[in-house]
Ligand binder design. Structure first.
Ligand SMILES: O=C(O)CCC(=O)C(=O)O
Ligand SMILES: [Fe+2]
Length: 265
C-alpha cells in the first residue's frame, strides 16, 4: 500500500542524509523499529533467535561511528587475554544508538528500562580471532573488578543480545557456539544454525548480518546460569563485527552509562 511504501522510505532516508559526519546526530533521524521476527531456540535457559533486529542503515551507522574506536578486547578485570583476541569499541549514545537501546529494552518487557543497559559494545574479529568459551555474567571469583561492577553498577547481567553488524562476503567460521544448549532439530533451522556441527557441540549460530541472539544469563534467584556458556568461534577468513547489548539487574550509574542526552519523551 501507499502507507507501507512511505514508511520504508522514511526509515531509510534520515540516517543516510544526516549531517554526514557519521555521528548520527543529524536532526533528521527518526527511530523506526524494524519488524524483526523472533523464535525460541531454548526455553531453559531462555534463548531467542531474532531475524532483522538491526536495519542495514543502523548497521552502517554503527560501523562508521565506531571505526576509529577499536582496541584490543579486554575480559573481566580489564585485562587482555589470549582467550579473547578480538578488538572492541564502545559506542556513545546518539539517536541511532538510543533507538537500538529502546528496542532492546522493550523486547524484555515493561519491567526492564533502558537505564539498565550497559554502553553498547562492538566487537571486531579478523581472521584467526575468537572469543573462547565464557559466560557473560560476572562471578565474583573470576572477575578482579567484580566488586566495582556489582556494587556501583546495577548488579549482574540478566541478559545478553549479540547481533551481527557486519559479515564480509568471504567470511568463514565466526559462529556463536553454545555447547551446553541442544541444537534444535528441524532442518528449517539450518538457515541460521550450523547444521554441520556434531550434536555434542550444542548449537552454533552462523553470523548473519542484522540477526541477533538473545539469552537470559541468570536463574530467578540471581545466580549465574552455567548453561549459557558460549564462544565466538575463530573467524577463518573474512571479517566479522558484532555488537553486545548487556542488561543489568538494576539501573546503571550515570558515570557508567553516560549522561542521557536523548531522554524518552
Ligand atoms: O563473537 C561472538 O559470536 C560472541 C561474542 C561474545 O560472546 C562476547 O563478546 O561476549
Ligand atoms: Fe559473550
Amino acid at each position: 500500500s501507499h502507507e507501507t511504501h512511505d514508511e520504508v522510505t522514511e526509515a531509510q532516508t534520515p540516517i543516510a542524509t544526516g549531517n554526514g559526519d557519521g555521528n548520527g546526530d543529524g536532526d533528521s533521524f527518526e527511530c523506526k523499529h524494524p519488524p524483526y521476527t523472533t523464535q525460541i531456540v531454548s526455553s531453559s535457559p531462555l534463548l531467542v533467535y531474532l531475524k532483522g533486529f538491526l536495519t542495514p542503515e543502523e548497521r552502517a551507522h554503527l560501523r562508521s561511528a565506531s571505526r576509529d574506536a577499536f582496541r584490543r578486547s579486554a575480559i573481566g578485570g580489564g585485562s587482555r587475554s589470549a582467550q579473547r583476541t578480538s578488538s572492541s569499541a564502545y559506542i556513545g549514545r546518539d539517536p541511532v544508538v538510543h533507538c537500538i537501546e529502546e528496542r532492546a529494552a522493550a523486547f524484555q518487557g515493561h519491567d526492564v528500562s533502558r537505564a539498565q543497559l550497559e554502553p553498547l559494545q562492538l566487537v571486531r574479529y579478523a581472521p584467526s580471532e575468537r572469543y573462547n568459551l565464557h559466560t557473560d555474567w560476572f562471578s565474583d571469583k573470576s572477575d578482579a573488578d567484580a566488586g566495582w561492577k556489582l556494587a556501583t553498577n546495577g548488579g549482574n547481567r540478566i541478559s545478553s543480545f549479540f547481533s551481527y553488524v557486519y559479515v564480509s562476503s568471504d567470511t568463514t567460521g565466526g559462529g556463536t557456539n553454545f555447547p551446553l544448549i541442544s541444537a534444535p532439530k528441524d532442518e528449517r533451522w539450518c538457515d541460521v544454525v550450523d547444521c554441520d556441527e556434531p550434536w555434542e557441540r550444542g548449537v552454533t549460530f552462523r553470523p548473519i548480518e542484522g540477526n541477533a541472539i538473545f539469552w537470559a544469563n541468570l536463574y530467578a534467584d540471581g545466580s549465574g546460569d552455567q548453561r549459557t556458556l558460549h564462544a565466538g568461534l575463530p573467524v577463518t577468513s573474512g571479517d566479522k563485527i558484532g555488537i553486545n547489548i548487556w542488561t543489568r539487574q538494576a539501573m546503571l550509574a550515570e558515570e557508567v552509562r553516560g549522561v542521557d542526552e536523548y531522554p524518552e519523551v
